[in-house]
Ligand binder design. Structure first.
Ligand SMILES: Cc1cc2nc3c(=O)[nH]c(=O)nc-3n(C[C@H](O)[C@H](O)[C@H](O)COP(=O)(O)O)c2cc1C
Length: 354
């Protein structure tokens, strides 16, 4: 039994942002038990030149200021994506701005990149002592005059300290951000970043993979553009997906009319479909990270079969606690074996090879 279920009534009695702050505080003060996750060679893979013990990571947005990297690794994640961080600190949107849709196992948030800015973020990354994989997810300030300059500045700041960098152009809560997914804007952004990368590789003598995180709301033509531009600009991977601004008709909770990005169970079908389309469009040429509504080993396995090399979770933690990481990781080998796979790599994109 996942012990989180004993404290969940108390956690959910708190407003969502309070509960989140409490979780971060408890992590930082080592008040959470360390997860014991058995190593399984069926699940370990080298992706982007990094060694992942298993495919389950923490999605961006939980540790926006990179405050709890080591404690989060101790919760069992094979990688932790920190951020979204913007060059300057910003408060985000007025509260309340995060809502639990309990009956739907979902969350709506319109936080708007609330974060402490680049300076403490980089200091935290530079000071870290644990050796787990850390991604840095970067965005732009609300008031940025020059969007591309914000991304380049963020990229240069995190580059020396991150194992990978995610370019987030898909959050629905910063006005105009998602238009960066349009072919022309995206080409300009990625070409500029990849030119900056060439210099950073020389300066820091390390090659850091660059990933792009996309929205689940792209239509077919836009998704095709994103895939083509990502391949042309030699982006290392895609994260599919961020939250959706759509509201599936199945939602029954009272908060479903709130503005913002929807995550959790009702996002699963949409984000998995976009993942599958992305896999087809990129023909498996670059690794994909599947995110959106994963709450069980079966869900994670479906993302892998749809084309994900790795997966990430966020909202499931709200409803199931960190115990869900262990449940997913320990459940995957049996699902692979059931379908005759001896290693996770054989299952990636398997749905397209039927
Ligand atoms: C409260 C909250 C804050 C988030 N903040 C960010 C963020 O700062 N940057 C980002 O790229 N994604 C952010 N996300 C999106 C998640 O990383 C993830 O893509 C999305 O929630 C779908 O996964 P899930 O259904 O497992 O939660 C946030 C999600 C939530 C629920």
């Amino acid at each position: 039994m996942n012990s989180y279920f004993f404290i969940r009534p108390f956690v959910h009695w708190l407003p969502p942002e309070r509960a989140h702050a409490l979780a971060l505080w408890a992590l930082k003060h080592s008040l959470m038990p360390t997860a014991r996750i058995p190593e399984n060679p069926m699940l370990s893979q080298k992706i982007f030149g990094l060694e992942f013990a298993h495919p389950v990571g923490l999605a961006a947005g939980f540790d926006k200021n990179a405050e709890a990297i080591a404690p989060l690794h101790r919760q069992g994640f094979s990688f932790v994506e920190t951020g979204t961080v913007t060059p300057l600190p910003q408060e985000g949107n007025p509260q309340p701005r995060m809502f639990r849709l309990r009956k739907d196992a979902a969350v709506i948030n319109r936080l708007g990149f609330n974060n402490a800015g680049m300076q403490p973020f980089v200091a935290a990354l530079a000071a870290r002592e644990d050796s787990g994989i850390v991604g840095a997810n970067i965005g732009k300030n609300k008031q940025a005059e020059d969007t591309i300059r914000d991304y380049v500045s963020g990229f240069e700041s995190v580059y020396p300290h991150a194992d990978y960098v995610t370019i987030n152009i898909s959050s629905p809560n910063t006005q105009g951000l998602r238009t960066m997914q349009k072919r022309e804007q995206l080409t300009q952004l990625l070409a500029t970043l990849m030119a900056a990368k060439a210099t950073l590789v020389e300066t820091h003598r390390k090659v850091v993979p660059v990933l792009l995180k996309i929205a689940p709301d792209l239509d077919d033509a836009d998704l095709q553009d994103v895939a083509e531009v990502a391949l042309a600009q030699k982006i290392d991977g895609l994260i599919v997906s961020n939250t959706t601004i759509k509201r599936p008709r199945t939602l029954t909770s009272g908060w479903h009319g709130e503005q913002g990005g929807l995550s959790g169970a009702p996002l699963f079908a949409l984000s998995t479909e976009v993942l599958a389309r992305t896999y087809k469009l990129t023909q498996g040429a670059i690794p994909l990270i599947g995110v959106g509504g994963i709450g069980s080993a079966e869900d994670a396995y479906k993302k892998i079969r749809a084309g994900a090399s790795l997966v990430q979770i966020y909202t499931a933690i709200v409803y199931q606690g960190f115990g869900v990481v262990r449940e997913i990781v320990t459940g995957l080998p049996a699902l692979l074996a059931r379908d005759g796979f001896s290693h996770i790599s054989e299952a990636i994109g398997a749905d397209h090879k039927l």
